[in-house]
Design a protein around this ligand. Structure first.
Ligand SMILES: C[S@@+](CC[C@H](N)C(=O)[O-])C[C@H]1O[C@@H](n2cnc3c(N)ncnc32)[C@H](O)[C@@H]1O
Length: 355
């Protein structure tokens, strides 16, 4: 069945298609658009189909990627092409791209994040170069366009032709930031906080909210990958963990290591940041985060919610409600931004701040 012009495509972590679909369905239900999800387990993407293009337009006008937790990228699908000929894929793609009547700032050919499609990376690269050249020849590229063309190769024969709104879409192909592990960092977890800061904060927010001289608490800090991200921004950190911290971080003079329980620790004075990567039941973590935010013990928080259970989407909704209710009971409101990051496995990362 073809859903040309009336579906959106969301990339997600393989294995989390159901959560991604539930999230899109919940937003769709609020708009009463009558859409439904099409997804295959472990495919790394969900197509959400609306009854007509107008319903999709209503959806995309009110739902953007930054509001979604389980989607890495959100695209509007123009067309699906089956039976791409091996000898001349571009010869079939170009007429379909032309037929959309759209000009774009850029064009990416990418594949979903699943084992089979990852093998298409080389093909995507070579086709992408040819596509850009062809679009230039046909004046289909426009430096002022607000959109980017995405051709999603589902397999060697099948493509979805879609577009992203550059203002709100992920600026990484596949929605996956390719971050290099900093060799001085004490653990790979460091990439999680780096990605969280890049994904959940805008560039100007990073500049204003992460300044040298600020203070932070890192709950569940050992061996120090998250602390390292803060210290490298000249932020002083109280690192709470019974485990050992990296000696280089201690030697920086910016880290105070406390071997105490992260669920009981309360700072003597409010700090700018609290980050938390403790492995615990998400509700227990959420309840503690709520106390920090409601109590005004920090201005900004980034925390991880591990999701080893079955009803992962429901658990996230429950944790969010729990934090919001506790904060509201203290007469405050928070902003909540959450994402299952590329470097997150069975977990999501949340940024929250008191408004
Ligand atoms: C995933 S590791 C943290 C990795 C760290 N973010 C990094 O980048 O290196 C989880 C840590 O939480 C700590 N932890 C778990 N429960 C804790 C608690 N109640 N209080 C303090 N630390 C705790 C563990 O000792 C462990 O070091």
């Amino acid at each position: 069945m073809s859903a040309s012009g009336r579906s959106v495509l969301a990339y997600c972590r393989p294995g989390f298609e159901s959560e991604c679909a539930q999230e899109l369905a919940a937003r769709d239900a609020a708009l009463a658009s009558g859409g439904f999800a099409r997804s295959t387990r472990d495919s790394g993407f969900v197509e959400f189909v609306f009854p007509d293009p107008a319903a999709r337009q209503r959806f995309t006008a009110s739902v953007t990627l930054p509001e979604l937790t389980f989607a890495r990228q959100l695209l509007c699908v123009h067309a699906r092409i089956d039976g791409l000929p091996r000898e001349d894929r571009l010869g079939v793609l170009m007429p379909a791209i032309r037929a959309t009547g759209r000009r774009h700032r850029d064009a990416w050919i990418e594949s979903p994040d699943n084992d089979a499609a990852r093998e298409l990376a080389g093909l995507c690269r070579s086709l992408n170069n040819a596509l850009i050249a062809a679009m230039k020849r046909e004046s289909l590229l426009d430096a002022h366009s607000p959109s980017r063309l995405h051709v999603c190769l589902i397999d060697v024969q099948t493509a979805l032709i879609a577009e992203a709104d550059i203002a709100t879409a992920s600026s990484w192909p596949g929605g996956i930031p390719r971050l290099r592990f900093p060799s001085a960092a004490p653990s790979r977890s460091t990439l999680k906080l780096e990605e969280a800061l890049l994904t959940l904060l805008a560039a100007d927010e990073r500049e204003r909210w992460l300044k040298p001289g600020m203070s932070a608490v890192d709950l569940g800090a050992a061996p120090g990958g998250w602390t390292w991200q803060l210290v490298r921004r000249s932020i002083s950190v109280i690192a709470v963990d019974n485990g050992p911290m990296d000696q280089g971080l201690i030697d920086s003079g910016l880290v105070t290591h406390l071997r105490t329980d992260g669920f009981r620790f309360q700072p003597q004075n409010p700090v700018d940041w609290m980050v938390c990567d403790m492995v615990e039941q998400p509700r227990k973590v959420a309840a503690r985060m709520a106390e920090w935010l409601a109590g005004g013990w920090c201005r900004f928080a980034i925390f991880n919610l591990k999701l080893p259970m079955k009803k992962r989407y429901d658990e996230v909704c429950l944790c969010r409600a729990l934090v919001q209710e506790t904060v509201a009971a203290a007469g405050k409101r928070i902003e909540w931004r959450a994402r299952q990051l590329y470097h997150d496995r069975e977990e999501i990362t949340v940024f929250a701040r008191i408004l």
